[in-house]
Structure formats: C-alpha cells, structure tokens
Design a protein around this ligand. Sequence first.
Ligand SMILES: [Zn+2]
Length: 278
Amino acid sequence: MSGFGKGVLGFLLARPLIALAIAAVVVGVLWLHSRHQKTPVTHREQSVGLTEAQQMQLGDEQYAKTLRKDRAQIVSSGPGYAEVQRVAKRIEAVAARDKPHFVWKVTLLRTNEANAYCLPGGKIVVYTGILPLTKNDAGLATVLGHEVAHATAEHVAERIERQHLTEVAAAIIAGGVAFTPSQYAHVIALLGVGGAAASLPFSRSQESEADHIGLVYMARAGYDPHQAVAFWKRMLKASQGKEPPEFASDHPSDKHRVEHIVAWLPEAERAYTANRSN
Ligand SMILES: [Zn+2]
C-alpha cells in the first residue's frame, strides 16, 4: 500500500465514525439505484434498477416498433384471434393483481414461427405458429402464464441490473445518447423479443421461475394446471423432431422441466380449487 493509502487507512481506523459515515453513504447510493423486492408467487428476493414506469416505457417502445414493422401480419378476427383474446384476458386479470400499474395488451401475428413473448410492462405478442402446439385454451394459458410471469417477476430489468446496464437502459428510455450502439443492441437483445435472432435467452433459473409462477397464474385464471404438464410433454416431443419449434429452443423442455412442474402441481391445484369456489 502506498504511503498515502496507509495514511488514509490510518485516518479512518482512528476515526471509526467517519469510516462508518462513508460506508453508509456508499451503501445509500447503491440502495437508491436499485429496488429490493420479492417476486410474485415464488417470493424470491430480487434487486431491480429500473422502475415499473421505465420498464413499461422500454416495453412499449419495442412493442410499437414491432407492430409498425409487422403491421400486415396483425390478425384481428377469426377463431385464433378470439382464442388469444379470451385466454389473455383471464391471464392478464390474474397478473394485474401483482402488477396493477402495468397496461396489458395482446397482439396475434400471422407467422409460421411457433413463439410468444411478453415485453416488460405487459405487452404480449403471440405468433399463430404456436397455436397448433398449444392445441386448446389451457395449453395457450400455459404459454401466456409463463410469458406474463417473466414480466411480473421483472426478469428483463433484473438481467439489465446484473449486467450493469441499468444506466444505459435508463438513457435509452430517456431518449438520451449516453450509450454506444453495441450497448444499445445488448439492452434490446435482453428484452428477449421472440424471433429476433440476436435475442438473449433468459437464464435457466428465470425460466424455471416463470414456469412456477405461470402454473399458479393459469390455475388462478381457472385453467386446470394438469394441462400444463400435457403441454410441456407435447413440447418435449416436438423438440425431438427434425425442425423443433422456436419456442422449444428458448424453452428446452427436458425431463427435469416436466418433473419440476409436476412438483408444483399441489400448490397450483389449491389455487385452481380456490378460484372455482369463488
Ligand atoms: Zn421463458
């Protein structure tokens, strides 16, 4: 240590109150920058830098961009449209209890890609290509419950925080220029927008948490949670085919995924029964 360093250390050791005050300021600054909260359903402690309003803005901007780009593919009538609206409405009502400020909206896009996603703040996109896989309302509720759980558990904001990109994301939201093109691309990739080749998948533990929360959400919305097991088994089978669905590449459905979901079933069944007796 340099003589100067030794001097500073000696000064602080001799004056513990000043050292304590400095530590308190440092911790206080970090505390200000991130909110400490618990995830819905799983009650995991997490730390998130972006506010709900900032997350909504980030998601809404991306949503508007997608709808502009794929305007010709928007489906606004027919049985697929009706099913997506019907199921999303019930899942959104459940998710809104955990995130009352989010503004929920779903759009169905005509594309063969088997995928769906929910942006931070509650904007959902479903591709028609996933409907043959979800097969019925409960199957679609499994997918929407899972995707919406990524939003209510603030998984994107959490990833942004972990990668020390909160300031960059805040600058993007504010329309500022305090970021490089690669930082911008990185934040957009973290949104996990399905279909974008550059999108970064959620972590394994976030995927598993979205399965858990999603299962309870679908049950609270009045869908039999056993149908989720059937859906993930269908996914497992489909992912072993020649051309696995895109949803399967972000959501590798192995034996363990199905086992975990089976283990959460009793909790989901209680939610399902409580919902039916209401
Ligand atoms: Zn997921």
